[in-house]
Write a protein that binds this ligand. Structure first.
Ligand code: SF4
Length: 244
């Protein structure tokens, strides 16, 4: 059967079965992640919900964590960055290093988001994420199911439009992150996310001071060639300091 044609709930149930329950929904509680949580609560309520607390999240995201626990009774596991890595990074480059240059912004995302999530995902055989193809150029070719890092990754909403997400959210009264009401269309860390204005793209409010590079943190996509190599060098150097 064409995997693109499998209903979203069935995909979640399939990943749950295939992984024998070693399955996580990874989310930052944006509307897409909330749709997955709502569906999972019906077809695989024992699925684990994983989120990364980068240390720079808006207060409203913490409110969402509590709301999800209350509403769905599902387990939410909050993953934190390695404090030694954060301390080494802040000591060397400052708290707000992300404003200085793109490689440092990506280093911050590596330390605060990507590495903690990678450590956590090593516990699972499969995970789901709320990526949609309509969220921007980098995401246009995402696959519904793939094997990355030795585990099954599913993007059950790959084919959904923003309108599909909004419709489901309204129909099932799924909790919405409060920042949407304030003009945000994509929500990440507080200092790196702003509301968008009319005509701006959905992810325009993420790292809005950067031009000409993808608006991605590194969890799903690496940067292009030379930029990624710079980030890798910065990270390697930082890890040496953190381990000393
Ligand atoms: S979004 Fe900003 S604060 Fe959060 S990890 Fe990335 S660079 Fe750091």
């Amino acid at each position: 059967m064409d995997i693109e044609a499998i209903p979203t709930q069935d995909l979640l149930a399939w990943a749950w079965r295939e992984s024998e329950g070693s399955f996580a929904i990874v989310t930052s509680f944006q509307t897409e992640g909330m749709v997955l949580i709502d569906m999972a609560s019906r077809v695989c309520p024992e699925a684990r919900i994983v989120t990364v607390d980068t240390g720079r999240l808006p207060e409203e995201t913490h409110q969402m964590i509590d709301q999800v626990r209350d509403r769905y009774g599902m387990r939410v596991e909050v993953v934190a960055p390695d404090p030694l890595e954060v301390a080494a990074m802040v000591e060397r480059y400052g708290t707000n290093l992300f404003h200085r240059e793109a490689p440092l912004r990506m280093l911050c995302c590596q330390v605060r988001k990507v590495r903690p999530l990678e450590r956590k995902l090593s516990q699972f055989r499969a995970w789901a994420t709320g990526l949609r193809r309509g969220q921007g150029e980098a995401r246009e070719t995402i696959e519904v199911a793939s094997f990355t890092g030795g585990r099954l990754k599913i993007c059950p909403l790959a084919n959904w439009s923003a309108e599909d997400v909004a419709r489901y959210t309204e129909l099932h009264a799924v909790p919405r992150h409060p920042l949407y009401e304030r003009g945000y269309t994509s929500i990440g860390c507080a200092p790196c996310t702003r509301p968008v204005t009319a005509g701006e793209s959905e992810r325009a409010g993420r790292w809005w001071w950067e031009q000409g590079i993808g608006k991605e943190c590194g969890i799903h996509f690496s940067a292009d060639g030379r930029l990624q190599r710079k980030v890798d060098v910065l990270l390697e150097d930082l890890l040496t300091v953190a381990a000393a």
